[in-house]
Design a protein around this ligand. Structure first.
Ligand SMILES: C[S@@+](CC[C@H](N)C(=O)[O-])C[C@H]1O[C@@H](n2cnc3c(N)ncnc32)[C@H](O)[C@@H]1O
Length: 498
């Protein structure tokens, strides 16, 4: 998944080194616990061409039938899910779970294979993606082709409806494009077409927002075209203060709403025709809207046959910012602040959820469970070593944002709750697959794959494998100039419930 965009390509001449060896640049932080962790688990590390970067990123989905309908840069590929389903022998009667469902790759592949599945996800555009894609077998192709003709030949009526911008999305569209967008949106809502087709229209409009805007998604941020009013006003202020103007990107000619919509619709109709030739075995999938930390805690025990998932990486990327345009279009308003907080802590703004979780566990009569999971977190030596090392880096002014410290601690604390609940709700023998990236902050390497495996083992899983991708992850230029180049693992960790 492209949650971070720098990569080291494999060097065929070099022997494959899977371990990190040293974890703290210049020995500033203590790293003996991380070294011991690696020693203990190095037999699990396996680099294999079976899994590669393309497979683990959304890249392979870009051209795939169905999965390409809406781009989700943080998604993994359908082929990866397929491979894991085959490798761990998930069968039609099984129910698999994806606690961080995103664009629902796991659920959709399960549907294609006739396997039952449950996903949990917070973001509304991911739910829209599920609503539209899971109906692929139910659309009336005739109706869609008729709609295509109507859009070709007619223009939408005027509307008074306006785009409900968030502060961070203001001026994202040229005024005419924004007006057209709202006209098409209103028109589709009022046209006499089936609910299925209306949902699909809403998905298509959502999926073209980036393309028709002055923005481009770029990891942690939205990058802006220099023509956007926001950038121009910003530059006027800078110039007034004697500062240099920033350039912004140049996206060239932007497509209009009609053309972007029709191009997408045409591709989707072709996909639907292909898909509807297939005979699917009946199965059931469900996407739950909610916070996985709370949802998992109330699920039935010993129920699921396995997990295929990828949580947000510990890389400070804020999904509610990257997808601000999509969320604004779906009228998210101030709810965006709650959504941001509810996300697994992976940004410097996330506040601790532990008090709320404790209250919740109390309410459901499971305070003991809360306490025993908390104990695992508090007693984990590797996590406490990382916390101490980061505090030291902070005291040396090497971390520019003090939110990084709580973020890392919360990230692993919350993940431990996820691991513990998955352990409880999975059946004996269930396989768990987690895709994640290792990270480095201020010269301190955080072995996310092995620390997760360690926490998972402490809540009762048996570590099985850590598949390491041939491509390593690179570092930000900032990290590289200060702490040198260190290749970090991108991994798929596999555990099993005994
Ligand atoms: C790496 S993405 C998953 C992508 C997915 N595998 C796919 O192929 O599209 C992680 C997802 O977890 C969701 N997420 C983060 N924190 C969550 C939480 N506390 N509860 C539910 N979903 C959450 C994010 O919104 C994001 O969509």
């Amino acid at each position: 998944m492209t949650q971070l965009s720098f990569f080291f390509e494999p060097d065929k001449q070099q022997p494959k080194i899977l371990t990190q060896g040293v974890f703290s640049h210049d020995g500033i932080g203590e790293d003996k616990e991380r070294i011991t962790l690696e020693e203990n688990y190095k037999h699990l590390l396996e680099e294999t061409d079976e899994f590669n970067r393309q497979l683990v990123s959304f890249q392979a989905n870009k051209t795939e039938t169905l999965h390409s309908w809406i781009k989700y840069r943080e998604g993994f590929s359908a082929s990866l899910v397929d491979l894991l389903i085959k490798k761990y022998k998930f069968e039609p009667d099984d129910i698999i779970v994806d606690p961080f469902a995103g664009s629902c790759t796991t659920l959709l592949v399960a549907k294609m294979r006739g396997i039952n599945a449950v996903g949990i996800e917070l973001l509304p555009h991911c739910h829209l993606a599920w609503e539209a894609k899971s109906r692929a077998f139910d659309y009336s192709v005739k109706e869609l082709q008729k709609l295509e003709k109507i859009i070709h030949n007619a223009l939408p009526p005027n509307t008074t409806k306006t785009f409900k911008h968030l502060t961070i999305t203001k001026t994202a569209f040229p005024p005419q494009i924004e007006k057209d967008l709202m006209q098409y949106s209103e028109w589709f809502q009022n046209l006499e077409i089936s609910t299925n087709t209306k949902i699909l229209c809403q998905l298509i409009l959502t999926s073209i927002l980036e393309e028709i805007s002055y923005t481009r998604k770029d990891g942690q941020y939205l990058r802006w075209d220099g023509r956007a009013k926001k950038i121009q006003v910003y530059n006027q202020n800078r110039l007034a203060k004697g500062k240099k103007a920033i350039k912004g990107i140049n996206k060239g000619d932007l497509p209009d709403v009609k053309n972007a919509f029709l191009t997408k619709l045409e591709k989707i109709i072709t996909d639907i025709i292909e898909l509807q030739k297939e005979q699917l075995s009946p199965s059931h999938q469900q996407l739950i809207k909610g916070n996985t930390l709370f949802e998992l805690a109330t699920m039935k025990k010993d129920h699921f046959a396995g997990v295929i998932t990828s949580p947000p990486y510990a890389n400070r990327y804020d999904y509610t910012r990257t997808y601000a345009l999509e969320l604004a279009f779906l009228d998210i308003g101030d709810e965006i602040f709650n959504l941001r907080q509810e996300q697994l802590s992976c940004t410097v703004e996330n506040k601790s959820k532990l008090n709320d979780l404790e209250e919740f566990y109390k309410k459901i009569g499971q305070l003991d469970r809360f306490n025993s999971i908390s104990e695992v977190i508090q007693n984990n030596k590797v996590l406490s070593e990382i916390n101490t090392a980061l505090v030291k880096r902070m005291e040396l002014n090497e971390i520019n944002n003090k939110g990084v410290l709580p973020m890392i601690n919360q990230y692993f604390s919350e993940l431990t709750f996820v691991f513990a609940e998955l352990q409880r709700i999975c059946k004996s023998g269930a396989y768990i697959a987690f895709v994640n990236d290792n990270v480095r902050y201020a010269g301190e390497i955080i072995p996310v794959d092995l620390l997760s495996t360690n926490l998972a083992e402490q809540v009762g899983f048996r570590p099985v494998k850590v598949f390491v991708l041939p491509q390593r992850k690179g570092n930000s230029s900032q990290q590289m100039s200060k702490y040198g180049r260190v290749a970090l693992r991108k991994s798929i960790t596999i555990w099993q419930k005994a």
